[in-house]
Ligand binder design. Structure first.
Ligand SMILES: [Zn+2]
Ligand SMILES: [Zn+2]
Length: 721
């Protein structure tokens, strides 16, 4: 059994009467309970400066000052704690500001643990208190009685945004506590996947060892956190690192009977049992070439078989070839990619589309182009649609969908500072994976691992995200595909009519029962008929996709926004709030006005300390009945819907989202005509990669102003609104 880090005392002893729950928490992080307890305590009259600070009673503090202008705001109570400590631990930003402005010592060391107010707020992840204290010169490198600096303490809080903030401050990321534990070890030991990722992104050392020789990976194994183990392995942690008793992480996992999470992490990271990355079988170029070649081969062989063999041979062959292609691609060609995104991030689906182009083009060139002379208009229309479809398909694949550019470190720091000033440093405005400020309507794509401006969805068929830069190509691709398939079917019909001799229907149920033309086509040219059938099959999903996309364009909404309306409210916010309300936080004033519930902005991000920290933020928030329904639903419809691309309409609560789309307030909606012209002709001057807020005068007025001036944005006067 490894030495569990020794933190045995608490931040502060709760005021007399509060129950001590030290033994509940092996890490002894008690300050939250302390905070709650102090709030709940019945306060004895008359109020002292300490009790007023605990309650955040600024008016009371002012009254106290008015009564006695010589009030000492750095006065210690019987626990050797200053009022600023109490205001900090209870997240009373306004009270903290008042105290600091009236002479409170920002770095006062107090309480049983000899900690500063900054450390008290950091333990609880009170971001805006931390920011206030830092801006008043608090020193984050002071160590408390247990040897922790502010970075360790904010890591203990499991709150990811405060951690992000602290990492921008002058603290060393690999600074060890008195037992040699770095912040990364703590995050790993707590099972905080997001914190681990964030620390790794800020250069935290994977090779650091504590005084017992344990590495961060050892600590993740001790915790049994698959997600942390996975992040550490992917970042290059040494799987064979040995601690002072020569134990590797695997030895430790076996000893602690925690081998299951380790194995799961290895599997998810696509490492073998010895902690080595599974290697690709072929070079990247060869792999890609094979992925594109297989579907062409499979379609040609199986369609030719439909022409040459009886149905009871050709159908099983078709199924076998497809299954073989699927298995070879996923299990062999993509074996080096992590399992979860193996297919979605590969060109496999776009290879199937490409193969379909090849086979349709071939059928047209070898048969229809000269074989159906009577339908010239359809021929021309097909040629145009087919060329446009291929062109837009390639463009949709190759165009950068609108990845939000990364700022340089200085600028990034300034952005974080600015957002914190405004009280808006949260998951809606900042992406901790890309480390970018999120523009409005953008989203982080898990497959691309980048934030995409005006994100629509990640589309495996075009092997790319659909975002502000390639959305038009994508929609044109879908629409020309629909037109092209309809023309192709029409041409094939004319071709068969012209060339196929009358056929004698066979016995029983055959294709001849469907239509005479199909009957003749099957007898005359099975390859063509199979190609037509394959193309028509694509009509089903492309038609629905095309219609819904056109409807969304007319409503100025993206697929992502629609599918999340039912879950979070408008554009990734909390349920029941429109974007207008969410961006309203900065309306009228850029100075952050502290609110009592400021910290609750982060409630959706980190789990509470002490609870089972699950940092999987992709989980849908719904009650048990909802979860059961979605599990059953996914089991039945998932694979089919995923295959044809309809899953985006069923995921989350897309259906209720669509219903609500008509009612919810959409600040970007400028009416059907303008919405459509914006989409197809481009919204002049609107940069979806740097669009951070709806201007106070509203979107329409802002747009008018921009169109008139074209000199960049100048706010209009209040009276004009
Ligand atoms: Zn991102
Ligand atoms: Zn993507």
């Amino acid at each position: 059994m490894p030495n569990v880090p020794k933190i045995t005392t608490t931040a502060a002893t709760p005021p007399a009467g509060s129950p001590s729950r030290l033994e509940d928490d092996p890490l002894g992080r008690m300050s939250e309970e302390v905070g709650l307890a102090t709030m709940m305590d019945e306060l004895p009259p008359p109020p002292t400066v300490h009790t007023l600070a605990q309650q955040g009673d600024v008016a009371g503090l002012e009254a106290l000052l008015a009564e006695d202008p010589h009030t000492d705001f750095s006065e210690r109570d019987e626990q050797d704690v200053t009022p600023l400590h109490w205001a900090s631990i209870n997240a009373h930003v306004a009270a903290c500001r008042f105290l600091l402005e009236h002479g409170a010592d920002v770095d006062a060391v107090g309480g049983e643990l000899k900690a500063t107010p900054l450390q008290w707020s950091a333990r609880n992840g009170h971001l805006y208190v931390m920011h206030l204290l830092m801006s008043h010169g608090a020193d984050p490198n002071i160590r408390d009685g247990q040897g922790f600096n502010t970075l360790h303490l904010v890591t203990h809080s499991s709150a990811v945004m405060p951690l992000l903030y602290m990492l921008q401050q002058p603290v060393a990321v690999d600074e060890a506590d008195s037992d040699g534990h770095t912040a990364l070890m703590w995050a790993a030991y707590q099972g905080d996947g997001l914190s681990v990722e964030l620390l790794l992104g800020h250069g935290a050392s994977l090779t650091a060892r504590d005084h017992a020789g344990l590495s961060p990976l050892h600590w993740a194994v001790v915790k049994g956190s698959a997600v942390c183990i996975k992040h550490l392995l992917l970042a290059g942690a040494d799987f064979n690192a040995r601690e002072e008793h020569e134990k590797t992480p695997r030895d430790m996992a076996e000893e602690l009977k925690a081998i299951a999470p380790l194995n799961r992490a290895l599997q998810e990271a696509n490492f073998n049992e010895y902690g080595q990355r599974v290697q690709a079988r072929f070079s990247e170029r060869v792999t890609k070439a094979l992925i594109f070649a297989f579907p062409v081969l499979v379609l040609f062989v199986s369609f030719a078989a439909f022409g040459a063999l009886e149905w009871y041979f050709s159908w099983p062959l078709f199924v076998a070839l497809f299954a073989g292609m699927q298995i070879t691609t996923v299990k062999v060609l993509l074996a080096d990619k992590p399992m979860s995104d193996r297919v979605l991030t590969s060109p496999y689906f776009s290879a199937i589309i490409t193969a379909s182009f090849v086979v349709v083009g071939y059928a047209w060139l070898t048969r229809i182009v000269f074989g159906a002379p009577g339908v010239l208009v359809s021929q021309a229309l097909f040629l145009i649609a087919f060329s446009a479809c291929v062109f837009t398909f390639i463009k949709a694949i190759r165009t950068d969908p609108g990845y939000v550019p990364r700022a340089d470190p200085e600028e990034m720091k300034a952005q974080i500072e600015e957002l914190t000033d405004q009280g808006r440093l949260n998951g809606t405005n900042w992406c901790i994976f890309c480390m970018v400020r999120k523009p409005l309507r953008s989203k982080h794509c898990r497959q691309c691992n980048r934030c995409v401006g005006r994100f629509d969805h990640h589309c495996p068929w075009i092997w790319n995200c659909v975002g502000c830069n390639n959305h038009r190509y994508f929609l044109l691709f879908v629409l020309t595909l629909v037109v092209g398939v309809i023309c192709f079917v029409r041409l094939a019909y004319a071709y068969i009519d012209e060339n196929a001799p009358p056929a004698t229907p066979g016995e029983g149920l055959t294709l001849c029962n469907i239509s005479e033309t199909v009957c003749r086509g099957a007898a005359h040219d099975g390859f063509l008929l199979a190609t037509v059938a394959w193309a028509s099959l694509q009509l089903s999903w492309t038609f629905i996709l095309g219609c819904s996309q056109l409807w969304q364009v007319a409503r100025q909404m993206t697929t992502y926004e629609i599918s999340n309306l039912g879950r979070y409210g408008y554009m990734g916010g909390r349920g029941g709030t429109s974007l207008r309300d969410q961006s309203g936080a900065v309306r009228g004033s850029t100075v952050f006005v502290p609110m009592p519930d400021t910290e609750s902005d982060f409630s959706h991000l980190p789990p509470p300390p002490g609870g089972a920290p699950s940092h999987n933020h992709h989980h849908h928030r719904c009650g048990p009945p909802g979860r059961i329904c979605s599990v059953i639903g996914a089991a039945i419809t998932g694979p089919v819907f995923r295959l044809v691309g309809l899953d985006q309409f069923t995921q989350g609560r897309a259906v209720s989202g669509m219903a609500r789309a008509g009612r919810d307030q959409n600040p970007f909606d400028l009416g059907v005509t303008k919405n459509c012209s914006d989409f197809w002709c481009g919204a002049k001057g609107i940069d979806y990669l740097h669009l951070y807020q709806v201007p106070p005068e509203g979107w329409a007025a802002y747009r008018r102003k921009q169109a008139a001036g074209d000199r960049g944005y100048v706010p209009v006067a209040r009276e004009e609104v």
